[in-house]
Design a protein around this ligand. Structure first.
Ligand code: ADP
Ligand code: NA
Length: 333
């Protein structure tokens, strides 16, 4: 996991689990391993290791498995079953319009239509239809709210459409209408190319800060971060004029859970880009020490991780199997 995953997703899930006040509220988080194979197919052992890394990161960086249901998607077989049922009521056109599909499959306005269909024919059906699996991930638990980042609203709208359509076709009220809860998530950009979001698929060695990076690696990456050559002006959040600097300000604001204006104020005394970078590095290094240590300890404790996964599986399957029974009944299975 990288800093973008943390500031864009994990930190708001951690906040939500702190907000949970009573037993009538349940938070459910799935580690989406069925989704992870839509465009790559790691060796079995690497895949298992990866999942344990992710589980340990989620816990170490604030998702408390005691306070919420944290499970591994493939442990609950109903996800795949429901995805199939939903796929039969999903329009291909709706999937083809998904902006994530368009960008992941390389669709670009400059590509001619015939070239495009050749290009897209090389991508897997799973990548194309993953919003249907995502809809199943949600609807299987009949949630009131789905906390997602801005970039997922289009997929959640499909989820809502499918819930309505299923209820209509099967004259049932099996599915509740899940509401989108847009989390105040931050979008973090690559440290190298500020036009791209920070991503694990980025090949550059200095574009992303990983949550297990050492202090030295973090300092080096921030030092090499693309900024600008504007001098004699205070550091202000201005993504169009100063994208690199704004990205760094945004990172600090996210980590410190402060308003941008507060961070700008804190940075008033900084006189150069190197001072800014040292300031940003200090903030990250100071914050990351504790969760990174926790991560290392948890990651080694395979028994603990297995216990967490089993607890999550048990809780998730209870809800999923009850709902699945109603879904099958409504359909005549
Ligand atoms: P990646 O792009 O590195 O493959 P994922 O697609 O696995 O990341 O995203 C996992 C979660 O992290 C999603 O909720 C996504 O919105 C969030 N996320 C990923 N990259 C960023 C980023 N650069 N800034 C903010 N949030 C991000
Ligand atoms: Na991705």
């Amino acid at each position: 996991m990288h800093l973008g995953n943390y500031l864009g997703a994990v930190s708001s899930w951690a906040e939500l689990s702190k907000l949970k006040t009573d037993d009538s509220q349940k938070l459910i988080f799935g580690l989406a391993d069925l989704h992870a194979i839509t465009n790559k197919h790691p060796k079995a052992q690497d895949f298992i290791d990866n999942k344990m890394d992710t589980l340990a990161h989620l816990i170490a960086f604030g998702v408390d498995p005691e306070k919420c249901c944290l499970y591994i998607q493939s442990d609950v077989k109903e996800h795949a079953e429901l995805a199939w049922y939903l796929s039969t009521i999903t329009n291909i056109g709706a999937l083809a319009r998904m902006t994530q599909w368009k960008s992941k499959s390389g669709q670009d306005e400059t590509i001619a239509n015939n070239e495009l269909s050749t290009l897209q024919s090389e991508f897997s059906l799973g990548l194309f239809s993953y919003p249907v699996l995502q809809a199943a991930d949600v609807l299987l638990y009949n949630p009131d709210f789905v906390p997602v980042g801005e970039d997922q609203t289009q997929h959640l709208e499909l989820t809502q459409t499918l819930a309505r359509k299923f209820n209509h076709i099967y004259k049932s009220n099996v599915f509740k209408y899940p509401r989108i809860m847009t989390t105040p998530a931050k979008k973090i950009y690559s440290l190298k190319d500020v036009t791209k979001k920070m991503s694990k698929s980025d090949k550059s060695k200095v574009a992303s800060i990983y949550l297990s990076d050492s202090d030295e690696e973090i300092r080096l990456k921030i030092k090499k971060a693309t900024t600008d050559s504007i001098v004699g002006e205070p550091f202000k959040f201005d993504p169009s004029k100063r994208p690199g600097v704004s990205n760094l300000i945004n990172i600090v604001a996210g980590i410190q859970k402060k308003e941008i204006s507060e961070v700008e104020k804190d940075m008033e005394s900084l006189n150069s880009h190197s001072e800014l970078k040292k300031y940003v590095s200090d903030v990250i290094v100071e914050w990351i020490a504790e969760p990174r240590e926790k991560y290392k300890a948890i990651r080694q404790d395979t028994e603990y991780l297995k216990k967490v996964a089993l607890k999550g599986e048990t809780e998730a399957r209870k809800i999923a199997s009850e709902n699945m029974k109603k879904i099958r009944e409504a359909m005549g299975f």
